[in-house]
Design a binder for this molecule. Structure first.
Ligand code: COA
Ligand code: AMP
Length: 638
């Protein structure tokens, strides 16, 4: 087989297989044992219940497990968090005791404002330490946080506020995007003006780059509030049920409305602690860095909760893979902070490679004590893995998961000693996850054949067990293939058991590691004046993996193709946010459709990717594809 890297020892393979077998045949015992890595106020007697879920009678507190218990164990002086921000030229270290103190202060601030267990707090903040304090402070109080990524528009923020109905919104005066500052306060004000839910207060962290104006009736200065509550006692960690929500994180669904994935305290703590050790090979005292954003699931699991649960050091990076200041920034941080395992998205590596094709900076700076680089968020193309392995000399491990699951389900578990991997595959099933590849009728396909990638229910601890305010939406994920969770991905399993993820079966695309719905973009495009019909498809992109491209047929009398195209680009940016990255709109005389009126999106995808295409016999007008291909070619030649 074309596996790369060191072959695994028979012992490691046996360890993985034993773990897979036990997690599948005796899940309660397997996860019950894993749960011993967590401090419980009331240890669970039952590991799993069909109705109640994981550890239903256990009580714990996630913040206690991330902070207090390490301090109590005498590790208060060890570094918990390193904030490295090349965009502000700042490096700050927080020991476990300091992080506990900072988190406690924010918990006291929240309590002072009347936030209590079970309430929600929306966090719309950049990659600064206060964001981590705020997440942990919510966990401490048993308050449910919902972090919204800064690249979302006010409208998207408003949708999340209306769904989560938070008492407070925590924000900062700005985010720093490469060389630019982005004022957040006007976005928050606009979002709140759009909501029907009344937000009691906005607590705002003023950053020196941008000063925000506060509304005296609603807004509170973070530092003033901190000073005002400095004499307040640090609230104790609230015991919460293992099945109580720790956070709600919204992700793109197929309906255009964001889905609020609910993460439960108990399953999350147990699964993340298990994954740190067994997948990433990280233990107490090691340094782990996930170069993601706290607005995404990777940030929740592997910037904040995972590393702290096991007493490791985590890195909070405020910057970009390139331009802050150069494509050597990742390697500098890995070397400077002795990162042992590093996690990023393939798109970031492609961006670095574009600017440093020979890996000159990587060669000069090196990767210090790093033992492995993990990639996820989109398919890691073999060429990118090859480049990175050659230039870093490290094993590069593709692994697969989703917001819904909260932690990897396909990986090479290096913590278990496994080293096997194949380029083009995301790896092997992680213990706790049993995969099947089914055809559209629910029948298993032969090994090597493509189909729907599904996971046997019930899902492992940590994976979602409901959607916020949307139990029916959650259940839909289990409706198409009874007994299985439908991942929405297509792929195959080869004869060696490696899983290959080839794309989505729905309208979701991954743009620079960000999950977006083309259906949602189509709704925005279709509602613009002058648009008769439209389709948004994901085209291949050498850096971002995919980018959305809109095809539009215009109504007669519209304001000109170019004006229409730029209005559409602006509308998608305004309504969804800059992260949508829809920059190209093709105004065409007609869209390719079947005689029954279905738009042939696959055909459009092939045309923009310059792939050969056949004209389907069901097409309404055979001349349309060639006309579009000519137009697209002419535009890209410009
Ligand atoms: N706040 C405000 N705006 C944001 C933002 C944030 N947190 N994040 C992104 N944006 C904006 C960007 O400034 C950009 O705006 P522009 O169109 O005005 O230039 C737009 O959203 C698109 O951003 P992005 O997709 O990040 O493109 P980019 O060209 O700025 O950077 C990469 C490209 C590849 C360097 C960058 O996307 C990257 O680092 N990706 C890795 C993603 C990742 O870690 N994903 C997590 C999964 S592990
Ligand atoms: P998100 O919920 O944002 O993490 O996105 C999850 C989706 O990203 C998955 O359903 C896949 O479509 C895609 N994805 C994540 N990791 C990988 C990977 N390693 N290989 C292929 N696709 C991936």
């Amino acid at each position: 087989m074309s596996s790369t890297g060191n072959p695994s020892s028979q012992g490691a393979i046996r360890r993985l297989e034993r773990a897979q077998q036990e997690a599948s045949e005796n899940a309660a015992e397997f996860w019950g044992r894993a749960a011993q890595a967590i401090d419980w106020f009331t240890p669970p007697n039952v590991a799993f219940d069909d109705i109640e879920g994981w550890f239903p009678d256990g009580k714990l507190n996630t913040c206690h497990n991330c902070l207090d218990r390490h301090v109590a164990a005498g590790r208060g002086g060890s570094t918990a968090l390193i904030y490295d921000s090349p965009v502000t030229k700042t490096i700050k270290r927080y020991s476990y005791s300091e992080l506990l103190e900072q988190t406690g202060r924010v918990a006291a601030m929240l309590k002072n404002l009347g936030v209590a267990q079970g309430d929600r707090v929306v966090i719309y903040m950049p990659m600064v330490p206060e964001t981590v304090f705020a997440m942990l402070a919510c966990a401490r109080l048993g308050v449910v946080h919902s972090v919204v990524f800064g690249g979302f528009s006010p409208l998207e923020l408003a949708k999340r506020i209306d769904d989560a109905t938070p008492k407070l919104v925590l924000t900062a005066s700005c985010g720093i995007e490469g060389g630019r500052t982005i004022a957040y306060k006007p976005l928050v004000d606009e979002a709140i003006a759009l909501t029907s839910h009344p937000v009691q207060n906005v607590v705002l962290l003023q950053r020196e780059q941008v000063a925000a104006t506060l509304n005296p009736y609603r807004d509170i200065d973070w530092m003033e509030l901190r000073t005002r509550t400095i004499g307040d006692e640090i609230p104790p960690c609230a015991p919460v049920a293992a099945t109580d929500p720790l956070y709600v994180l919204y992700t793109s669904g197929t309906t255009g409305l964001p889905k609020g994935v609910v993460r439960e305290n108990g399953g999350n703590a147990v699964a993340l602690a298990w994954s740190m050790e067994n997948i990433y090979g990280i233990e107490v005292g090691d340094t782990f860095w996930a170069a993601s954003d706290v607005g995404w699931v990777v940030g929740h699991s592997y910037i904040v909760y995972g590393p702290l649960l096991v007493g490791a050091t985590t890195v909070l990076f405020e910057g970009k893979p390139v331009g802050t200041p150069d494509p050597g920034t990742f390697w500098r941080i890995i070397a400077r902070h002795h990162v042992k395992s590093f996690f990023t998205a393939p798109t970031a590596i492609r961006a670095i490679r574009k600017e440093d094709p020979d890996g000159r900076l990587l060669g000069q700076i090196g990767t210090g004590r790093c033992q492995a680089i993990f990639l996820a968020g989109e398919r890691a193309d073999p060429d990118t893995i090859d480049w990175l392995e050659q230039n870093s000399g490290l094993p590069v491990i593709d692994h697969w998961w989703q917001t819904e699951l909260g932690w990897p389900a396909i990986a090479t578990c290096i913590g278990l000693g496994d080293r096997r991997r194949k380029r083009g595959s995301a790896g092997l099933a992680v213990p706790g996850y049993e995969f099947a590849i089914l055809d559209d009728h629910g029948k298993p396909v032969a090994e090597g054949d493509s189909g729907n990638v599904v996971i046997r229910a019930p899902l492992a601890p940590g994976a979602f067990r409901t959607l916020w305010n949307n139990k029916a939406g959650y259940e839909k994920n289990f409706a198409t293939f009874p007994g299985f969770y439908e991942t929405g991905d297509a792929g195959y399993r080869d004869l060696d058991g490696f899983l290959h993820i080839m794309g989505r079966t729905d309208d979701i695309i991954n743009v620079a590691g960000h999950r977006l719905s083309t259906g949602q973009m189509e709704q925005i495009v279709a509602s613009q004046d002058g648009v008769a019909e439209c389709a948004v498809i994901g085209a291949d992109d050498p850096i971002k993996g995919m980018i959305p491209i809109a095809f539009v047929s215009a109504r007669t009398g519209h304001d000109g193709d170019e004006a229409l195209a730029s209005r559409i680009v602006e509308a998608v940016r305004d309504e969804l946010g800059p992260l949508a990255a829809l920059k190209k709109v093709h105004v065409v005389p007609q869209l390719p459709k079947t005689r029954s009126g279905k738009i042939l999106r696959n055909l459009l995808r092939k045309i923009v990717n310059s792939e050969p295409f056949e004209i389907p016999p069901t097409i309404e007008d055979t001349s349309v594809p060639a006309a579009i291909a000519t137009l697209v070619e002419a535009k890209s030649a410009k």
